[in-house]
Ligand binder design. Sequence first.
Ligand code: DLL
Length: 433
Amino acid sequence: MERYYQPEIECASQEQLRAWQDERLMKQVRNVWDNVSYYRKKMEEKGLTPDDIQGVADLHKLPFVTKADLREAYPYGLLARPLKDCVRIHSTSGTTGKRVVAFYTQHDVDLWEDCCARALVAAGATNEDVCQVSYGYGLFTGGAGLHGGSHKAGCLTIPASSGNTERQIMFIKDLNATILCCTPSYAAYLGESMKEMGMTPDQIPLKAGIFGAEAWSEEMRQDIQNTLGIKAYDIYGLTELSGPGVAFECSAQSGMHINEDHFIAEIIDPDTGEVLPEGSKGELVFTSITKEAFPLLRYRTRDICMLTREKCSCGRTHVKMCKPMGRSDDMLIIRGVNVFPSQIETVLLNHGYPANYQIIVDRVKSTDTLDVQVEMTPEMFTDNLGEIDRRQKELVAGLRSMLGLAAKVTLVAPKSIVRSEGKAVRVIDKRKI
Ligand code: DLL
């Protein structure tokens, strides 16, 4: 039988949902007009006042917010509450190295954890379950979000964080973890490692997994389900809107319900900004209608997606999004970490290298690899291997500090990277997702 964390909300009628959205949107627009001068200015530029927004039907009139706006307003420019009312920040990398910093009041944390609890309960979680949270804890939202959700769902929570695979497997086995939360690629890696250790699916106590933060295919879902002997559910979210739990999969495993009582979703044409009719493929845009500290109106996610209101067998009424089908910018997600090629370029230029480089991303044994090939200048060129090694290590350290990620750096001879006749081919992504 399908279980819900907040059935009266998750299965509310379309009319009820719309009424909540209309009312909350009007309140939110008034809130940002009164408290965030950045928004007031943007609205004034369009000749708008809060009275022009009487509900969801007027949403399209509002200006968009982009990552560039977040960068410009960094760090406090979009804050709608005094700092003394905020209890938490989370953060993710931005386009040119500057981070996106999102703020939360206690109320924001509470609602976010509710969203994650909805996802867990949809995957079958009860107070009989042991939930191992193997997303990273820290500035990344994965660990904290699912951790809070797991508490709310009443699970015994193991805050394992990411890494240390042997210890992960030991906890799963010894503490009988029944639910695993981590990135899909880490789930696949754990599955492979357990197989290598001779464990069969029936010896693994896990029954469900909540996997997200990066793109994964249906084939990957089948693989993970078979090796771990579980049902694997998708979960979507982004730091700017809270973190995981903006949308989650139910027993139907065919798209993710967007928590529409908190987020209004639109699909737009990424080139013109025009709102597209339901069922069209385009860029996903979200408006957070309940956030206190860091509300975003019409935030452009850059994720390409489709929405459907077809009736779902699980009984939930909230609109469903398909798995994101790509991005309308050049952001890569490597081992769950958001990486912009421009960040890599910044590190290279800061170390005196020319902008002749290639970023090669691959997936080896379920783990993403990042290989940066960089041309030396003729002045740097040397056959002294010790010197080349020193330079490579210097760049590895620079990239680690910019991205928080281990990369391999290979210095190559001047003019050895093939020049393109058109746009430079900076990124070769060999992963089959
Ligand atoms: O990845 C939040 C999260 C944590 C989601 C744990 C799910 C589980 P960011 O680091 O800000 O936040 O990255 C957000 O990741 O715009 C998508 O491009 C991508 N993304 C997130 N979930 C999925 C998913 C977290 N299920 C960016 N499938 C988003 C595909 C996803 N891409």
